[in-house]
Design a protein around this ligand. Structure first.
Ligand code: C5P
Length: 208
């Protein structure tokens, strides 16, 4: 079984993806980490996230087995990831890894921006997770605070709005709901309630 979860920044798709994977005994891939790893490699080497040749070389060289999730989740890396992810050759370089991850038995939950539209168009279940920008900014703020990263809520909201706009308007694999995806609005749902609704969707598909 392949479950594709897409949605804007801080919509809750990562938490949901992990829980669904654990519940159904599937592997889980947070595909945002791939773009973040490319961005971090560029930043660490002192290159601009807009340097296409360096970004493609970094995408070709990434090693997901050695990811340090804590370092990849920083605010600066997220911003740079949204720039490198708009480069079509970077996306192309990361495509095969994502598809083969999804295809390996017993299947997987992948979360990102283009899983239901580009990476796994034949996924068994597609969920498009969303929430208002204000709620998402607040969640992201709590995440940064937990990590001890000082950030201001208004700045986080501005970043989220800018990132959404960039992710939705880029030419290469823009963020959009697949025609056959189920929308899950988590504005008023906590993680448990979001998981319960998503699991219900999965069960409906499994019964078919
Ligand atoms: O989900 P996360 O915030 O970790 O993603 C970081 C950035 O990577 C996003 O802003 C987006 O630009 C990019 N991304 C993408 N396609 C994916 C996953 C993430 O373009 N499948």
């Amino acid at each position: 079984m392949i479950i594709a979860i897409d949605g804007p920044a801080a919509s809750g798709k990562g938490t949901l993806g992990k829980r669904l994977a654990t519940h159904y005994g599937l592997r889980h891939l947070d595909t945002g980490l791939l773009y973040r790893a490319v961005a971090k490699a560029l930043l660490d080497a002192g290159h601009s996230p807009n340097n296409q040749a360096r970004a493609v070389a970094a995408a070709d060289a990434i090693d997901p087995a050695s990811f340090d999730e804590g370092a990849l989740k920083s605010h600066a890396v997220g911003e740079a990831a949204s720039l490198v992810s708009a480069i079509p050759d970077v996306r192309a370089a990361l495509l095969a890894f994502q598809r083969s991850f999804a295809a390996r038995p017993p299947g997987a939950v992948l979360d990102g921006r283009d899983i239901g539209t580009v990476i796994c168009p034949n996924a068994d279940v597609k969920i498009f997770v969303t929430a208002t920008a204000q709620v998402r900014a607040h969640r992201r703020l709590l995440e940064f605070q937990r990590r001890g990263e000082p950030v201001d809520e208004a700045a986080v909201l501005a970043d989220i709005l800018r990132r959404d706009e960039r992710d939705m308007s880029r030419a290469a694999a823009p963020l959009k709901q697949a025609a056959d995806a189920h929308m899950l609005d988590t504005t008023e749902l906590n993680a448990d309630a979001a998981f319960a609704q998503a699991a219900e969707l999965v069960e409906r598909v499994r019964r078919r």
